[in-house]
Design a protein around this ligand. Structure first.
Ligand code: ADP
Length: 426
């Protein structure tokens, strides 16, 4: 049993999984916890723990409260360094939540300072002279300026973060980052001595992220996107705290029936369902014909019971936009979404009772509804099926199961087939 070294607080669910996958890829066995962990929850046998909160767009006070509660748990679990994870597009508003949450964490840790680096070059997110780029566009010209809850209308992160906090924000510019870890560390120390509490750090390549990670070895708190995690595991290895892990993505073997539940209407998911249709039985639920969550769940369960066996079954509510619009017009937008989510959560519960132990769920909201219904509190992160979408070993109020949760737009067209092939090692 190892004590976790790195304790992470992520401001949303998919971001948490993304970070956890990054840590696994870099040799840390990682467990994701869902929501503020219960004080009685046993500390997982892992090198890193990522607490997935829903604090990105929550009211500031709640985001701060939840983040501090997560920090308390991670400290009690023995973590030595803490990572506040937010989106690589720095999703936030002038009220927060990155500034207030980061400062509350600094105060609780007594660290008085944190670097901030959302760069994720593999996804086209780079920071140059404090300005965040998405591909070749500045953040405020990338489409992110139109996000409904967190419109990003300024690409200058020193200014953006400065509006969220009373604490002065500094910059470690590209020229310093290019010189490597020692120069970055000197620059960070100098900024702290000048009274800055934050430093935006430029990064354009993975090599920059590695150097920043190395420079941050003595920092109690770091903050940024998943990319920043590239450089942190090496610090623990250098310090002799993290042994080489030959198989950090290994999950306990779980045998049982297999199924896919899809509630995303995204084009990618529609394509994945289409591709699966040639190989697997697919049921398309029609919530417009049966606008009743329990009745839909019963239909699906009966259908699945007759087919589950040697091949996985696919149950989808996914529909083209005209059908979705028709249900929304009839019930209202939120009620339409909730109806389908509750139906699919009911299907998940019934399938598990029936012996399904390998479950793929497509759709962010859908996954959340399923995880809530199954009272899942922890996910051990396994091998990725496609980038950012790992198999996980889920624990909750039922026998353990393997769960793969993908947001609507992620995964290759053959994702559903590939997911089960990965488990069989084929
Ligand atoms: P994504 O990750 O693609 O955004 P989500 O699961 O987060 O997927 O969101 C899809 C939403 O669409 C969910 O609220 C789901 O319940 C809803 N939905 C799915 N199928 C239908 C349908 N046939 N009619 C109306 N709403 C639907």
């Amino acid at each position: 049993m190892t004590k976790p070294l790195l304790g992470c607080i992520a401001d949303d669910f998919t971001g948490a999984t993304d970070l956890a996958s990054m840590l696994v890829r870099n040799g840390m066995r990682t467990v994701q916890l869902i929501g503020v962990p219960d004080a009685r929850l046993a500390v997982p046998d892992a090198d890193a723990v990522v607490v997935a909160l829903k604090s990105r767009t929550a009211p500031v006070q709640q985001a701060v409260r939840d983040s501090l509660a997560a920090l308390d748990w991670l400290r009690a679990a023995g973590c030595r360094q803490f990572f506040f994870k937010y989106c690589s597009t720095f999703d936030s508003t002038d009220e927060g939540n990155i500034g207030p949450v980061g400062e509350a964490l600094m105060d609780a840790l007594g660290s008085g300072f944190a670097l901030a680096c959302p760069a994720f070059p593999a996804k086209g997110r780079t920071v140059y002279q404090g300005h965040l780029f998405v591909g070749t566009a500045l953040l405020n010209q990338s489409g992110m300026e139109n996000r409904p809850l967190t419109p990003m209308r300024d690409a200058n992160l020193v200014r953006v973060l400065g509006r969220q906090t009373r604490a002065p924000v500094g910059l470690v510019p590209f020229a310093t980052v290019e010189q490597g870890a020692a120069a970055i560390r000197r620059a960070l120390t100098a900024l702290k001595e000048q009274g800055r509490r934050w430093a935006i750090v430029d990064a354009v390549t993975d090599a920059h992220l590695r150097a920043i990670g190395e420079a941050a070895a003595p920092h109690a708190l770091v903050s940024g996107g998943s990319g920043l995690a590239i450089g942190l595991p090496d610090n623990f290895r250098r310090a002799g705290l993290l042994p080489p892990r030959t198989d950090p993505e290994a999950l306990p073997d779980v045998q049982g029936l297999a199924a896919v539940i899809a509630g995303s209407c995204a084009r990618t998911t529609q394509m994945q369902i289409g591709r699966a249709r040639a190989h697997l039985p697919v049921l398309e639920l029609d919530p417009l014909a049966t606008p009743d969550a329990d009745a839909l769940a019963r239909q699906a369960t009966q259908w699945a019971a007759e087919r589950l066996g040697t091949v996985p079954v696919v149950i989808a509510a996914s529909a083209l936009s005209d059908r979705v619009a028709a249900l929304q017009a009839r019930l209202g937008r939120d009620a339409a979404g909730a109806l389908v989510e509750q139906a699919l959560a009911g299907v998940a519960e019934a399938l598990i009772r029936f012996g399904v132990r390998r479950l793929v769920v497509a759709g962010g909201e859908t996954a959340e509804a399923v995880v809530t219904r199954l009272h899942v509190h922890s996910l051990r992160i396994g091998a990725e099926i496609d980038p950012g979408v790992p198999w996980t070993f889920a624990e909750g109020s039922f026998a353990p199961l393997l769960l793969a949760l993908k947001s609507g737009n992620s995964g290759a067209p053959d994702f559903f087939l590939k997911a089960f092939a990965v488990l069989e090692g084929t």
